[in-house]
Design a protein around this ligand. Structure first.
Ligand code: ZN
Length: 391
């Protein structure tokens, strides 16, 4: 069965790679299940920017298909900083690092959903951090439109290469008061990268957003949630704070996994809305496909009825940008609650139980987060794929 399911999954991903190179890149990176994401990468030449819009970048950015190298002055930022001496992990193909035995000495979220107090995992009780990853894409404007109509601010974890491709969209999101955050340059498993590569992934991403908006994000989300103490220490030295999540919509599966029903995304939101009295949350969604944007629009009212829906910065009381408060970021900031930070001052900030809601971003095969009415047949299939690909 595992051979068959693997074949089906790879076949689907291969098809999407053929149909749309850009989406296939995202599909590869987000599923964690494709064997050669670089083969589907949209470009191999350095990105000069401005080609898809009127915006002209001053920088010449690295190709988004290659591992970038950092500027010398960025590496100098690590001088005198305490960088955790954990090994660079070996990727298991494109399925990320593989744990050796049961030990997890460096608190690797991929292995054990381990978190540290400095990781942001959730919002305080009664609040919900709404986050969208992997944009901006051609599908983002529809979501921006809806958020504008409903006066809802959200956190967007943007991939650097996408910002360079769609600077007008990144600018629009910023101008409309959303919180822009980073999702690295190439959407790689960060624990498998060298220190230099991690610096480059973060700083190129930061620079692209800074060029477009004038502001440098503080928050970053490691692709697939893949972070350990070495990555944490490098990011911290550069002034960045990691944000994971504790509720995964599994929305990406609607575009990539045969048999996945859109209604299950709605079922997740309904289930989470029922937790209102006891929890807060940060959810993971993607403005990556038409269907994930449509789902995001459908489920937002459900969450809004149950929670005060905020950006990550608002619910944690943390600053969104290194330069301070952005001009349009206060439109729905009444929820800011500095005393209820999930960044380490409260026990709920490091919840392993919540973390297991998703094995990893995109590759999450969470039975818990699937609607309970899901057929056991599909769950079995997902479980087989998951164990085959990730174990
Ligand atoms: Zn992602």
């Amino acid at each position: 069965m595992t051979v068959l399911t693997k074949f089906l999954l790879f076949g689907t991903l291969a098809l999407s790679a053929t149909v749309n190179a850009q989406d296939a890149t995202a599909s590869a990176t987000d599923s964690g299940a494709v064997s050669e994401p670089s083969a589907a990468a949209p470009s191999s030449a350095p990105t000069t920017g401005g080609s898809t819009s009127g915006f002209q970048f001053k920088e010449t950015y690295p190709a988004d298909s290659a591992k970038p190298t950092p500027k010398a002055e960025w590496m100098a930022l690590l001088d005198g900083k305490n960088i955790t001496n954990a090994p660079v992990l070996k990727a298991n193909g494109d399925n990320g690092p593989q744990q050796q035995g049961d030990a997890d000495p460096y608190c690797d979220w991929t292995f054990t959903t381990c978190t540290r107090p400095t990781d942001i995992i959730t919002c305080p009780k009664g609040q919900w951090g709404i986050t969208y990853d992997d944009g901006p894409t051609e599908f983002s404007p529809k979501l921006y439109d809806f958020l504008k109509q409903t006066n809802q601010k959200a956190t967007f974890f943007m991939i650097g290469g996408q910002v360079v491709k769609f600077p007008d969209l990144a600018k629009r999101a910023f101008d409309e008061g959303h919180e822009l955050a980073m999702h690295t340059w190439t959407h790689s498993y960060m624990t498998t990268l060298s220190t230099e590569q991690i610096v480059a992934e973060l700083k190129w991403n930061e620079l692209a957003i800074k060029e477009v908006t004038g502001y440098s994000p503080r928050f970053f989300r490691p692709p697939y949630g893949d972070i350990d103490d070495r990555v944490r220490s490098i990011a911290n030295a550069l002034g960045f704070t990691p944000v994971i999540w504790n509720h995964d919509t599994d929305d990406w599966m609607v575009a990539e996994t045969p048999g996945f029903q859109e209604s299950w995304i709605d079922g997740n939101a309904t289930e989470w809305a029922g937790l209102n009295a006891t929890e807060g949350g940060i959810s993971l969604e993607h403005d990556l496909y038409q269907k994930t944007v449509d789902a995001a629009i459908r489920i937002l009212p459900t969450l809004q009825e149950a929670y005060k829906v905020t950006t990550v910065g608002q619910c944690t009381g943390q600053q969104s940008y290194k330069e301070g408060v952005a001009p349009n970021s206060n439109a729905s900031s009444s929820a800011a609650s500095p005393s209820a930070s999930s960044s380490g001052n409260t026990p709920e900030g490091s919840t392993q139980a919540n973390g297991q809601d998703s094995h990893e971003e995109g590759a999450a095969m969470s039975i818990q987060s699937l609607d309970s009415r899901a057929t056991m047949g599909l769950l079995t299939l997902i479980g087989a794929v998951s164990s085959y690909l990730f174990m």
